[in-house]
Write a protein that binds this ligand. Sequence first.
Ligand SMILES: Cc1ncc(COP(=O)(O)O)c(C=O)c1O
Length: 369
Amino acid sequence: MTEKPIYVTQPFLPPLEEFHEYLKKIWDSKWLTNNGKFHQEFERSLSEYLGVKYVSLFANGTLALITAIQTLKLSGEVITTPFSFVATTHALWWNNIKPVFVDIDPVTLTIDPEKIESAITPKTTGILAVHVYGNPCYVEKIKEISNIYGLKVIYDAAHAFGVKYKGTSILNFGDLSILSFHATKVFTTFEGGAIICHDEETKKRIDYLKNFGFENEVIVVAPGINAKMNEFQSALGLLQLKYVDKNIEKRKQIVELYRKLLNNVKGISFLNDLPNVKHNYSYFPIFIDEKLFGKSRDQVYEKLKEHNIYARRYFYPLISQFSTYCGLESAQPGKLPIAEKITNQVLCLPIYPDLSDNDVFKICDLIIN
Ligand SMILES: Cc1ncc(COP(=O)(O)O)c(C=O)c1O
């Protein structure tokens, strides 16, 4: 039993004194939200850090997703993955769009592009794919398909902060990408999110939509929502940028230690780094084959819990198995065999910059023995 509970993640927070300085400036200016100084500065610094053209900041990732779908005026049906956090599909539902689930690829656990075409119908308007665990989707193949069928592509990049593919930000692919800066993410602003786009006109539309549709004081151009990031979140974001590279490096070292300790354990597998990818090591999922390992995923999960260690079964159940979606034809059992297998085997182990080597040894020891 560990003295303090070890959760699957723990947010990195910069030194409090540094945040105090930002707070003082907010107090002095009395400008709390609505495109304040820190908001503007964070948008600029973030687009520079990420290597993308335009960033629009949001109060959270879910509102960014809902607004991204509004921005592209998607309707009818959208093809998506069942192996994600439920917000991915909920964002379609909130836009009155029918999600059509397609199975995942066994290597990256992202949507299998080979299975997209057969799911396209005359009602399909887009593809909403997820860079799950920060693993890039098959972006080239998805682009090819979307070009042929005239579909829009949104990437849910909630897990993919800082990830690069072939030397460029993964956020430069697709029509739009969204990020989440929730407390559980690699980069956090308490809560927060962003949409990344590639041209000024789209950025303008996104910014209207997130602020009630206001173009100016007297003109409303669209039925927008209130999804703005405030000055406190923006200030934390600015500060976090100073530390994020070091934090990703620490995460990498933890992943390397996990891989070393769990290598060659019969019945346990994990993901390796993918070619051409700079990873962010946001999660460390392992896959437990009960027959080979002798214990089920849930037995391991419970055992860790008994020792005050809280691994998480991301993503179990599949989104397609929730009551809201299980009635859809594309959600029927047997239609998503890879996702159905993975969801029963996966366990995400604790990972965060402050996790000690000693804790990693302890966790692995409990799993193996
Ligand atoms: C894949 C994915 N999409 C969307 C979200 C929603 O982001 P937020 O919590 O910032 O609303 C999350 C996580 O929280 C997520 O993991």
